[in-house]
Write a protein that binds this ligand. Structure first.
Ligand SMILES: Cc1cc2nc3c(=O)[nH]c(=O)nc-3n(C[C@H](O)[C@H](O)[C@H](O)COP(=O)(O)OP(=O)(O)OC[C@H]3O[C@@H](n4cnc5c(N)ncnc54)[C@H](O)[C@@H]3O)c2cc1C
Length: 371
Protein backbone atom coordinates (compact mmCIF):
# COMPACT_ATOMS: atom_id res chain seq x y z
CA UNK A 1 0.00 0.00 0.00
CA UNK A 2 1.35 3.46 -0.94
CA UNK A 3 1.84 5.75 2.02
CA UNK A 4 1.66 9.52 2.36
CA UNK A 5 2.14 12.00 5.19
CA UNK A 6 0.14 15.18 4.68
CA UNK A 7 1.15 18.02 7.02
CA UNK A 8 -1.54 20.65 7.67
CA UNK A 9 -5.28 20.02 8.07
CA UNK A 10 -6.57 23.19 6.45
CA UNK A 11 -8.85 22.68 3.48
CA UNK A 12 -5.98 21.82 1.12
CA UNK A 13 -4.37 19.20 3.34
CA UNK A 14 -7.69 17.76 4.52
CA UNK A 15 -9.10 17.52 0.98
CA UNK A 16 -5.95 15.75 -0.18
CA UNK A 17 -5.99 13.39 2.80
CA UNK A 18 -9.64 12.53 2.07
CA UNK A 19 -8.99 11.95 -1.61
CA UNK A 20 -5.95 9.73 -1.00
CA UNK A 21 -7.51 7.78 1.90
CA UNK A 22 -10.43 6.93 -0.38
CA UNK A 23 -8.23 5.81 -3.25
CA UNK A 24 -6.08 3.23 -1.54
CA UNK A 25 -3.33 5.23 0.19
CA UNK A 26 -2.26 4.83 3.79
CA UNK A 27 -2.61 8.41 4.99
CA UNK A 28 -1.23 10.21 8.03
CA UNK A 29 -2.58 13.75 8.45
CA UNK A 30 -0.46 15.83 10.83
CA UNK A 31 -1.92 19.03 12.29
CA UNK A 32 -0.36 21.18 15.01
CA UNK A 33 -3.76 22.35 16.31
CA UNK A 34 -7.22 20.99 15.38
CA UNK A 35 -8.79 20.90 11.90
CA UNK A 36 -10.77 24.15 11.64
CA UNK A 37 -8.78 25.93 14.39
CA UNK A 38 -9.22 29.69 14.14
CA UNK A 39 -5.66 30.57 13.10
CA UNK A 40 -5.85 28.64 9.86
CA UNK A 41 -6.95 30.41 6.66
CA UNK A 42 -9.56 27.72 6.10
CA UNK A 43 -11.38 28.57 9.33
CA UNK A 44 -13.00 31.70 7.95
CA UNK A 45 -16.74 31.70 8.59
CA UNK A 46 -17.33 31.82 4.82
CA UNK A 47 -15.42 31.75 1.54
CA UNK A 48 -16.69 32.63 -1.94
CA UNK A 49 -16.84 30.25 -4.85
CA UNK A 50 -16.65 31.93 -8.27
CA UNK A 51 -15.56 30.71 -11.65
CA UNK A 52 -14.64 34.15 -13.04
CA UNK A 53 -10.84 34.53 -12.99
CA UNK A 54 -10.26 37.30 -15.54
CA UNK A 55 -8.59 35.99 -18.69
CA UNK A 56 -7.50 32.72 -17.06
CA UNK A 57 -9.39 29.55 -17.91
CA UNK A 58 -7.39 26.97 -15.87
CA UNK A 59 -8.68 28.17 -12.50
CA UNK A 60 -12.15 28.82 -13.97
CA UNK A 61 -12.38 25.17 -15.04
CA UNK A 62 -11.03 23.95 -11.68
CA UNK A 63 -13.57 26.06 -9.76
CA UNK A 64 -16.38 24.61 -11.86
CA UNK A 65 -15.18 21.07 -11.05
CA UNK A 66 -14.86 22.00 -7.37
CA UNK A 67 -18.50 23.19 -7.31
CA UNK A 68 -19.55 19.59 -8.02
CA UNK A 69 -17.16 18.36 -5.34
CA UNK A 70 -18.66 20.67 -2.73
CA UNK A 71 -22.20 19.69 -3.60
CA UNK A 72 -21.32 16.00 -3.31
CA UNK A 73 -19.51 16.59 -0.03
CA UNK A 74 -22.55 18.42 1.36
CA UNK A 75 -24.80 15.53 0.33
CA UNK A 76 -22.50 13.04 2.04
CA UNK A 77 -22.34 15.13 5.19
CA UNK A 78 -26.09 15.73 5.15
CA UNK A 79 -25.65 19.50 5.41
CA UNK A 80 -25.48 22.44 3.05
CA UNK A 81 -21.81 23.36 2.87
CA UNK A 82 -22.24 25.36 -0.33
CA UNK A 83 -24.94 27.99 -0.66
CA UNK A 84 -25.42 28.80 -4.33
CA UNK A 85 -26.50 32.40 -3.90
CA UNK A 86 -25.00 33.62 -7.19
CA UNK A 87 -22.55 36.50 -7.45
CA UNK A 88 -22.70 39.99 -8.96
CA UNK A 89 -19.46 41.50 -10.26
CA UNK A 90 -19.34 45.31 -10.37
CA UNK A 91 -17.47 46.26 -13.58
CA UNK A 92 -16.05 49.76 -13.72
CA UNK A 93 -14.86 49.66 -17.34
CA UNK A 94 -16.43 48.02 -20.42
CA UNK A 95 -13.33 46.06 -21.42
CA UNK A 96 -11.56 45.21 -18.13
CA UNK A 97 -11.23 42.17 -15.88
CA UNK A 98 -14.96 41.36 -15.82
CA UNK A 99 -15.23 41.53 -19.61
CA UNK A 100 -12.34 39.05 -19.92
CA UNK A 101 -14.02 36.83 -17.29
CA UNK A 102 -17.31 36.83 -19.19
CA UNK A 103 -15.54 35.77 -22.38
CA UNK A 104 -13.85 32.83 -20.62
CA UNK A 105 -17.05 31.73 -18.87
CA UNK A 106 -18.93 31.78 -22.18
CA UNK A 107 -16.17 29.73 -23.85
CA UNK A 108 -16.40 27.18 -21.03
CA UNK A 109 -20.23 27.11 -21.14
CA UNK A 110 -20.44 28.34 -17.56
CA UNK A 111 -23.60 30.41 -17.23
CA UNK A 112 -23.21 34.16 -16.81
CA UNK A 113 -25.08 37.28 -17.87
CA UNK A 114 -24.05 40.86 -18.57
CA UNK A 115 -26.53 43.32 -17.03
CA UNK A 116 -27.03 47.03 -16.83
CA UNK A 117 -25.96 48.72 -13.55
CA UNK A 118 -29.61 49.75 -13.19
CA UNK A 119 -30.44 46.04 -12.69
CA UNK A 120 -28.63 46.09 -9.31
CA UNK A 121 -32.01 46.70 -7.64
CA UNK A 122 -33.00 43.16 -8.65
CA UNK A 123 -30.39 41.79 -6.23
CA UNK A 124 -30.00 44.37 -3.47
CA UNK A 125 -32.70 46.41 -1.68
CA UNK A 126 -30.62 49.59 -2.00
CA UNK A 127 -27.89 49.82 -4.64
CA UNK A 128 -25.90 52.63 -6.24
CA UNK A 129 -24.17 51.72 -9.48
CA UNK A 130 -23.75 55.07 -11.24
CA UNK A 131 -19.95 54.61 -11.35
CA UNK A 132 -20.25 51.21 -13.06
CA UNK A 133 -20.14 50.19 -16.68
CA UNK A 134 -22.01 46.89 -16.28
CA UNK A 135 -22.80 44.04 -13.88
CA UNK A 136 -21.70 40.48 -14.50
CA UNK A 137 -24.10 37.94 -12.98
CA UNK A 138 -22.66 34.50 -12.20
CA UNK A 139 -25.67 32.44 -11.02
CA UNK A 140 -23.73 29.32 -10.00
CA UNK A 141 -21.26 31.16 -7.79
CA UNK A 142 -21.92 31.34 -4.06
CA UNK A 143 -20.78 31.00 -0.48
CA UNK A 144 -19.02 28.11 1.27
CA UNK A 145 -19.41 27.57 5.00
CA UNK A 146 -15.66 27.34 5.21
CA UNK A 147 -14.77 26.40 8.75
CA UNK A 148 -17.51 23.81 8.89
CA UNK A 149 -16.49 22.41 5.49
CA UNK A 150 -12.91 22.03 6.70
CA UNK A 151 -13.97 20.15 9.81
CA UNK A 152 -16.29 17.91 7.76
CA UNK A 153 -13.54 17.17 5.23
CA UNK A 154 -10.98 16.26 7.91
CA UNK A 155 -13.63 14.15 9.67
CA UNK A 156 -14.43 12.26 6.49
CA UNK A 157 -10.73 11.71 5.87
CA UNK A 158 -10.42 10.12 9.33
CA UNK A 159 -13.54 8.06 8.66
CA UNK A 160 -11.94 6.86 5.40
CA UNK A 161 -8.92 5.65 7.38
CA UNK A 162 -6.55 8.61 7.57
CA UNK A 163 -4.67 8.70 10.86
CA UNK A 164 -4.94 12.17 12.35
CA UNK A 165 -1.87 13.10 14.44
CA UNK A 166 -1.83 16.26 16.52
CA UNK A 167 1.75 17.49 16.41
CA UNK A 168 4.06 20.08 14.90
CA UNK A 169 6.08 18.42 12.15
CA UNK A 170 9.44 19.57 10.80
CA UNK A 171 11.03 18.74 7.44
CA UNK A 172 13.94 16.27 7.22
CA UNK A 173 16.42 17.56 4.65
CA UNK A 174 16.60 15.48 1.47
CA UNK A 175 14.22 12.74 2.66
CA UNK A 176 10.55 11.84 2.24
CA UNK A 177 10.06 12.08 5.99
CA UNK A 178 8.90 14.38 8.79
CA UNK A 179 10.33 14.90 12.23
CA UNK A 180 7.89 14.93 15.14
CA UNK A 181 9.29 15.51 18.62
CA UNK A 182 12.69 14.24 17.53
CA UNK A 183 11.38 11.08 15.88
CA UNK A 184 11.60 10.61 12.09
CA UNK A 185 8.53 9.25 10.26
CA UNK A 186 8.87 8.13 6.63
CA UNK A 187 6.39 7.64 3.81
CA UNK A 188 6.45 7.18 0.03
CA UNK A 189 5.27 10.77 -0.34
CA UNK A 190 5.17 13.80 1.98
CA UNK A 191 3.01 16.85 1.24
CA UNK A 192 3.49 20.08 3.20
CA UNK A 193 0.12 21.91 3.03
CA UNK A 194 0.98 24.40 5.77
CA UNK A 195 -0.52 27.63 4.45
CA UNK A 196 1.02 30.76 6.00
CA UNK A 197 3.42 28.66 8.10
CA UNK A 198 5.32 27.39 5.01
CA UNK A 199 7.93 30.19 4.91
CA UNK A 200 8.92 29.20 8.49
CA UNK A 201 9.53 25.63 7.33
CA UNK A 202 11.24 26.10 3.94
CA UNK A 203 13.66 28.87 2.94
CA UNK A 204 13.29 30.89 -0.22
CA UNK A 205 9.62 30.26 -1.05
CA UNK A 206 7.98 33.10 -3.03
CA UNK A 207 5.31 33.62 -0.34
CA UNK A 208 4.44 36.76 1.63
CA UNK A 209 2.06 36.51 4.59
CA UNK A 210 -0.35 39.40 5.23
CA UNK A 211 -2.97 40.20 7.89
CA UNK A 212 -6.51 40.34 6.55
CA UNK A 213 -9.42 41.76 8.55
CA UNK A 214 -12.85 40.36 7.77
CA UNK A 215 -16.04 42.18 8.78
CA UNK A 216 -19.71 41.29 8.96
CA UNK A 217 -22.32 44.01 9.54
CA UNK A 218 -25.72 43.84 11.26
CA UNK A 219 -28.27 44.62 8.54
CA UNK A 220 -32.03 45.30 8.41
CA UNK A 221 -34.37 42.33 7.73
CA UNK A 222 -34.67 43.10 3.98
CA UNK A 223 -30.95 42.35 3.67
CA UNK A 224 -30.86 39.40 6.06
CA UNK A 225 -31.86 36.80 3.54
CA UNK A 226 -29.36 34.12 2.61
CA UNK A 227 -30.38 34.49 -1.04
CA UNK A 228 -28.73 37.91 -1.23
CA UNK A 229 -26.00 37.27 -3.78
CA UNK A 230 -22.31 37.54 -3.12
CA UNK A 231 -20.69 40.57 -4.76
CA UNK A 232 -17.22 41.64 -5.79
CA UNK A 233 -15.92 45.04 -6.84
CA UNK A 234 -12.57 44.03 -8.31
CA UNK A 235 -11.56 47.63 -9.05
CA UNK A 236 -12.13 48.66 -5.41
CA UNK A 237 -10.81 45.38 -3.92
CA UNK A 238 -14.09 45.03 -2.02
CA UNK A 239 -16.31 41.98 -1.66
CA UNK A 240 -19.03 40.47 0.47
CA UNK A 241 -22.23 38.46 0.64
CA UNK A 242 -25.61 38.37 2.41
CA UNK A 243 -26.26 37.28 5.98
CA UNK A 244 -25.76 33.53 5.66
CA UNK A 245 -26.05 32.16 9.21
CA UNK A 246 -26.98 35.16 11.31
CA UNK A 247 -23.43 36.53 11.49
CA UNK A 248 -24.34 39.57 9.40
CA UNK A 249 -23.62 40.76 5.89
CA UNK A 250 -19.98 40.37 4.95
CA UNK A 251 -18.37 43.48 3.49
CA UNK A 252 -14.61 43.59 3.53
CA UNK A 253 -11.45 44.47 1.62
CA UNK A 254 -9.32 42.11 -0.44
CA UNK A 255 -6.40 44.55 -0.59
CA UNK A 256 -3.23 43.10 0.92
CA UNK A 257 -2.80 43.96 4.60
CA UNK A 258 0.45 44.41 6.58
CA UNK A 259 3.01 41.58 7.06
CA UNK A 260 1.79 39.01 9.57
CA UNK A 261 2.88 36.02 11.63
CA UNK A 262 0.06 33.44 11.73
CA UNK A 263 0.82 31.74 15.05
CA UNK A 264 1.29 34.74 17.36
CA UNK A 265 0.00 37.77 15.37
CA UNK A 266 -2.85 39.81 16.89
CA UNK A 267 -6.33 38.52 16.06
CA UNK A 268 -7.92 41.97 16.59
CA UNK A 269 -9.18 43.84 13.52
CA UNK A 270 -7.85 47.37 12.95
CA UNK A 271 -10.20 50.36 13.36
CA UNK A 272 -9.08 51.51 9.89
CA UNK A 273 -10.46 48.33 8.31
CA UNK A 274 -13.90 49.02 9.78
CA UNK A 275 -13.88 52.59 8.46
CA UNK A 276 -12.71 51.41 5.05
CA UNK A 277 -15.51 48.82 4.78
CA UNK A 278 -18.11 51.27 6.03
CA UNK A 279 -17.02 53.87 3.45
CA UNK A 280 -17.55 51.30 0.75
CA UNK A 281 -21.00 50.32 2.08
CA UNK A 282 -21.99 53.98 2.23
CA UNK A 283 -21.12 54.47 -1.42
CA UNK A 284 -22.48 51.21 -2.85
CA UNK A 285 -25.37 50.33 -0.53
CA UNK A 286 -26.26 53.71 1.08
CA UNK A 287 -28.87 52.24 3.45
CA UNK A 288 -26.08 50.27 5.18
CA UNK A 289 -23.71 53.19 5.73
CA UNK A 290 -24.25 53.19 9.51
CA UNK A 291 -24.62 49.43 9.99
CA UNK A 292 -22.79 48.23 13.13
CA UNK A 293 -20.14 45.51 13.01
CA UNK A 294 -21.70 42.26 14.22
CA UNK A 295 -18.80 39.85 13.75
CA UNK A 296 -15.15 40.14 12.77
CA UNK A 297 -12.27 37.77 12.13
CA UNK A 298 -8.58 38.10 11.38
CA UNK A 299 -7.11 35.75 8.86
CA UNK A 300 -3.97 35.70 6.71
CA UNK A 301 -3.13 35.47 3.06
CA UNK A 302 -0.11 33.50 1.85
CA UNK A 303 0.50 35.44 -1.35
CA UNK A 304 2.81 34.78 -4.27
CA UNK A 305 3.79 37.73 -6.50
CA UNK A 306 1.63 36.53 -9.39
CA UNK A 307 -1.16 34.95 -7.27
CA UNK A 308 -0.42 31.56 -8.87
CA UNK A 309 -0.25 28.79 -6.30
CA UNK A 310 2.89 26.89 -5.36
CA UNK A 311 2.82 23.14 -5.98
CA UNK A 312 6.32 21.84 -6.35
CA UNK A 313 8.53 18.85 -5.56
CA UNK A 314 11.32 20.16 -3.33
CA UNK A 315 13.05 16.79 -2.80
CA UNK A 316 12.12 13.52 -4.56
CA UNK A 317 8.77 12.52 -3.06
CA UNK A 318 8.38 15.72 -1.02
CA UNK A 319 5.88 18.34 -2.18
CA UNK A 320 5.12 21.86 -1.01
CA UNK A 321 1.51 22.93 -1.56
CA UNK A 322 0.79 26.55 -0.70
CA UNK A 323 0.82 30.16 -1.82
CA UNK A 324 -2.96 30.09 -2.13
CA UNK A 325 -2.88 33.89 -2.55
CA UNK A 326 -6.30 34.35 -0.96
CA UNK A 327 -8.21 32.41 -3.61
CA UNK A 328 -7.69 28.74 -2.81
CA UNK A 329 -10.54 27.57 -0.62
CA UNK A 330 -13.15 27.10 -3.32
CA UNK A 331 -10.89 24.77 -5.28
CA UNK A 332 -10.31 22.35 -2.36
CA UNK A 333 -11.87 19.12 -3.70
CA UNK A 334 -10.74 19.67 -7.31
CA UNK A 335 -7.23 20.70 -6.33
CA UNK A 336 -6.95 17.53 -4.23
CA UNK A 337 -7.95 15.44 -7.26
CA UNK A 338 -5.37 17.27 -9.36
CA UNK A 339 -2.51 16.72 -6.89
CA UNK A 340 -3.57 13.11 -6.33
CA UNK A 341 -3.08 12.65 -10.08
CA UNK A 342 0.48 13.98 -9.72
CA UNK A 343 1.22 11.64 -6.79
CA UNK A 344 -0.22 8.70 -8.73
CA UNK A 345 2.03 9.58 -11.69
CA UNK A 346 -0.96 10.18 -13.98
CA UNK A 347 0.27 13.63 -14.98
CA UNK A 348 3.09 16.01 -14.11
CA UNK A 349 3.17 19.20 -12.08
CA UNK A 350 1.90 22.32 -13.82
CA UNK A 351 4.91 24.54 -14.64
CA UNK A 352 2.90 27.61 -13.56
CA UNK A 353 3.03 26.37 -9.94
CA UNK A 354 6.83 26.04 -9.84
CA UNK A 355 9.29 27.68 -7.43
CA UNK A 356 10.62 29.95 -10.23
CA UNK A 357 10.83 33.70 -9.95
CA UNK A 358 7.35 35.18 -10.40
CA UNK A 359 6.36 38.32 -12.31
CA UNK A 360 3.92 40.40 -10.24
CA UNK A 361 0.33 40.10 -11.50
CA UNK A 362 -3.08 40.23 -9.84
CA UNK A 363 -5.51 38.87 -12.42
CA UNK A 364 -6.36 35.76 -10.39
CA UNK A 365 -7.37 37.58 -7.23
CA UNK A 366 -10.54 39.52 -6.55
CA UNK A 367 -8.33 42.48 -5.74
CA UNK A 368 -7.46 44.94 -8.45
CA UNK A 369 -5.20 47.08 -6.27
CA UNK A 370 -2.81 46.84 -3.34
CA UNK A 371 -3.72 49.61 -0.88
C1 LIG B 1 -9.82 36.85 4.70
C2 LIG B 1 -9.69 35.75 3.69
C3 LIG B 1 -10.67 35.62 2.71
C4 LIG B 1 -10.57 34.60 1.78
N1 LIG B 1 -11.56 34.48 0.84
C5 LIG B 1 -11.54 33.45 0.00
C6 LIG B 1 -12.63 33.25 -0.90
O1 LIG B 1 -13.61 33.99 -0.88
N2 LIG B 1 -12.57 32.19 -1.74
C7 LIG B 1 -11.51 31.33 -1.75
O2 LIG B 1 -11.52 30.40 -2.55
N3 LIG B 1 -10.46 31.49 -0.92
C8 LIG B 1 -10.46 32.53 -0.05
N4 LIG B 1 -9.43 32.70 0.83
C9 LIG B 1 -8.28 31.80 0.75
C10 LIG B 1 -8.54 30.49 1.47
O3 LIG B 1 -9.00 30.70 2.77
C11 LIG B 1 -7.23 29.71 1.45
O4 LIG B 1 -6.85 29.55 0.10
C12 LIG B 1 -7.32 28.33 2.05
O5 LIG B 1 -7.99 28.35 3.28
C13 LIG B 1 -5.90 27.77 2.21
O6 LIG B 1 -5.97 26.56 2.90
P1 LIG B 1 -4.66 25.81 3.37
O7 LIG B 1 -5.10 24.46 3.75
O8 LIG B 1 -3.61 25.95 2.34
O9 LIG B 1 -4.11 26.65 4.62
P2 LIG B 1 -4.60 26.72 6.14
O10 LIG B 1 -6.07 26.64 6.21
O11 LIG B 1 -3.98 27.90 6.77
O12 LIG B 1 -4.05 25.40 6.80
C14 LIG B 1 -2.69 25.20 7.05
C15 LIG B 1 -2.61 24.30 8.25
O13 LIG B 1 -1.27 23.82 8.41
C16 LIG B 1 -1.04 23.67 9.81
N5 LIG B 1 0.42 23.63 10.02
C17 LIG B 1 1.28 24.59 9.69
N6 LIG B 1 2.54 24.21 9.99
C18 LIG B 1 2.44 22.99 10.55
C19 LIG B 1 3.41 22.07 11.05
N7 LIG B 1 4.71 22.34 11.02
N8 LIG B 1 2.96 20.90 11.56
C20 LIG B 1 1.64 20.60 11.61
N9 LIG B 1 0.69 21.46 11.12
C21 LIG B 1 1.09 22.62 10.59
C22 LIG B 1 -1.70 24.91 10.39
O14 LIG B 1 -1.95 24.74 11.78
C23 LIG B 1 -2.96 24.98 9.56
O15 LIG B 1 -4.04 24.31 10.18
C24 LIG B 1 -9.48 33.71 1.79
C25 LIG B 1 -8.49 33.83 2.78
C26 LIG B 1 -8.61 34.83 3.73
C27 LIG B 1 -7.55 34.95 4.78
Amino acid sequence: MKSVIVVGAGIWGSSLALRLAETGWRVTLVEQHKPGHVRQASAGETRLLRCAHGADDWYARLAWQARDGWRRLGERAGEELYLESGMVWFARTPDGWEHASAQVLKNLDIECEVLDPGDGGRFFPDFRGDDLSFLLWEPHAGVLRARRATQVTAGLAAYAGARLVRARALPVAGQAAVRIEGEVHRADRVVWACGAWLPQLFDGLPITVTKQDTLHFAVPPAWSVPETPAWVDHGASAYGHGDVDGVGMKATSDAEGPPYEPEHGSRQVDAGSVEHARDYLRRRFPALGAAPVLFSQVCQYAITPDAEWLMTEVTPGVYVLGGDSGHGFKHGPALAAHLAGVLEGEHGLEPRFGAHERTPARGLRTSGRTG
